[in-house]
Design a protein around this ligand. Structure first.
Ligand code: IPE
Ligand code: IPE
Ligand code: MG
Length: 259
């Protein structure tokens, strides 16, 4: 039996998935969308075709998360290490982000989705940064679902950039070392005040974190599923939610119903 835990707000704990009725829904789901290349290779297609199909899986997942009442969804789109891929593949992934924002922004806005991007902006082309800024400002007041896309994102890089900003504030006298706490440090991260992921899903059968949300996943539940990302859909999400619903989260403590 899943045990209700303090980190899940009362109203979230009571909101059950109408399809699976699996227990408390996660407030924040993060996904490492992996397996596009293998999906393509299995069909004799170029890796880029897997990425293209992966965008449809993104659309399905955003819709499914919204329909199920999940308030925060973070998708890992491009890691700080993905620059080491062949240049044409990197360019293709940049183009996919451009195309996704251009094509889907109006629909996302109308569906009440707030969009934000986490990662190192300095390394991205200017036109992509302009698209990102427009997407963020256009959807700033939306509250149905907060979609975070991690792009040019690395967990270590994020922590180093946060430490730099904090050090700069100390140098300016705006804070001092003794005032730094886990909570205050977390606000310097790209994710700011967002709740930490309750559930981290990785597709494609790989079981590693690949530098994703290192700080934020300290107590996330990990669900590794064999589906390749282009095949991911609402049914896959429900399966992961069911597994999550059966987990007992203890945060270092003990369950409320110990014998
Ligand atoms: C995930 O699929 C997409 C990105 C990392 C951008 P991959 O491209 O990593 O696919 P595999 O892991 O090679 O199958
Ligand atoms: C992680 O997948 C990055 C994204 C999903 C964007 P990778 O395919 O790059 O990770 P590794 O290389 O298998 O660890
Ligand atoms: Mg991969």
């Amino acid at each position: 039996m899943a045990t209700k835990v303090a980190s899940i707000a009362e109203d979230d704990a009571l909101r059950l998935d109408p399809i699976a009725s699996v227990g408390p829904l996660p407030r924040h789901v993060a996904v490492i969308m992996d397996g596009n290349g293998r999906w393509a290779r299995a069909r004799g297609l170029p890796r880029t075709e897997g990425h293209r199909q992966g965008v449809d899986a993104v659309r399905r997942t955003v819709r499914a998360a919204g329909d199920r009442g999940i308030p925060y969804l973070t998708l890992f789109g491009f890691s700080s290490e993905n620059w080491s891929r062949p240049q044409p593949e990197v360019s293709f992934l940049m183009d996919l982000l451009r195309g996704y924002i251009r094509r889907d922004l109006d629909e996302l806005r109308d569906a009440g989705v707030r969009v934000s991007i986490i990662g190192e902006r300095g390394g991205l082309p200017d036109d992509i940064n302009a698209l990102i800024e427009n997407a963020e400002s256009t959807t700033r007041n939306n509250g149905r679902l907060h979609l975070q896309v991690a792009f040019n994102y690395g967990g270590r890089d994020e922590i180093v950039r946060a430490a730099r900003r904090l050090a700069a504030d100390v140098a300016k006298g705006q804070t001092h070392p003794e005032a730094v706490s886990e909570q205050s440090f977390a606000r310097y991260l790209d994710t700011g005040d967002l709740p930490e992921p309750d559930l981290l899903i990785r597709t494609s059968g790989e079981q590693r974190i690949s530098n994703f949300l290192l700080w934020q996943c300290a107590y996330s539940e990990f669900v590794f599923i064999d589906d390749l990302w282009p095949d991911f859909d609402g049914v896959s999400l429900d399966r992961a939610l069911t597994i999550y619903g059966g987990r007992s989260r203890r945060f270092g403590g003990v369950t409320a119903v110990e014998p």
